[in-house]
Design a protein around this ligand. Sequence first.
Ligand SMILES: Nc1ncnc2c1ncn2[C@@H]1O[C@H](COP(=O)(O)OP(=O)(O)OP(=O)(O)O)[C@@H](O)[C@H]1O
Ligand SMILES: O=P(O)(O)OC[C@H]1O[C@H](OP(=O)(O)OP(=O)(O)O)[C@H](O)[C@@H]1O
Length: 330
Amino acid sequence: MDLVNHLEGRLLFAVPKKGRLLQASLNLLEGADIQFRRENRLDIALVKNLPIALVFLPAADIPTFVGEGRVDLGITGYDQVQEHETGVRELARSRQLNGEAMATSQKPQGCETVMDLGFGHCKLQVQVPAKGQYKETRDLVGKNIGTSFVHLALEHFAKLEAEKEGKEVADMDKSKLKTKIIELSGSVEAACALGVADGIVDLVESGETMKAAGLMAIDTVVESSAILIRSKAPSNPDMVELIASRIRGVITAQRYVLCQYNIKRSQLDQAKTITPGKRAPTVTSLEEEGWVAVSAMVEKKKIAPVMDDLTKVGATDILVLDIHNSRASS
Ligand SMILES: Nc1ncnc2c1ncn2[C@@H]1O[C@H](COP(=O)(O)OP(=O)(O)OP(=O)(O)O)[C@@H](O)[C@H]1O
Ligand SMILES: O=P(O)(O)OC[C@H]1O[C@H](OP(=O)(O)OP(=O)(O)O)[C@H](O)[C@@H]1O
């Protein structure tokens, strides 16, 4: 089947085709009941139960497709959005400086963040050899920096150079920085040991890659997690809202549990402060005089101390239930 000719009328939704964000993104789609079958080696999949087509793209390219309005929705890292937008700003600025006008049709619309997806947490950090001479980022001004995030790295060092020279960063000509940013597409951590760079700007989560390469972090450029982004002029805003609401429901279900317990009405006010719920707890009377049953959503990571506190104020029969899916306010 020629999939490209079946895209008419479908909302285009970009999903990372590989890497760290792929599996969690697929889990989200499954939770949101977005059903599709991806043919071997095909980067487009038609959704069976909704007028949507999934487009599998590298996470780094998704902000470009969404920002230019070619794709309506996308999942990518906040770091990638920042990198893309910094590059777009820089290009516009250098064109302006050179007196080159950009046609309206060439101007990217940019993308909007719909929500944080709660996975893919990492930091883009400046790293140097742990046993080397560089102790802070300022020491790297004028040196070689290896990175896949060239725009963010350039901006970071432009700020440092501006500070050093007592200038405004807006007045810095980024093509004339003393610091040399070397673009690398992967295995950035090898650059120092191989003599390509004095320092790198790369992602860190557990820190194991950095440690194994004998590096240490001396500065943070951006803190990131996976986000859902939308174009500023989506082809079908109602469908964007439907998908966003389903995904929000899945995330809420993953983040919360339902806590139910019985308590004397006289203790209810205290218990409510322990389990205020997302909006308010549900309280129902029990057949037994003076007792109520309470049910409230509680953040999964807080449930153990919440149960301890409920026990202290006299709650009994405390049950904690997983939430399979939800549709609630954010
Ligand atoms: N170690 C990590 N832990 C958590 N999230 C990460 C980690 N590394 C990367 N990410 C997130 O995943 C996004 C994609 O990175 P990833 O390394 O998976 O890319 P990729 O598409 O496989 O490209 P590459 O071929 O450059 O590795 C990053 O922009 C970041 O938001
Ligand atoms: O702090 P850590 O938990 O070790 O994670 C950090 C590593 O993860 C990412 O790379 P990835 O493993 O996705 O592969 P890549 O080098 O091909 O991008 C990132 O570029 C770091 O190298």
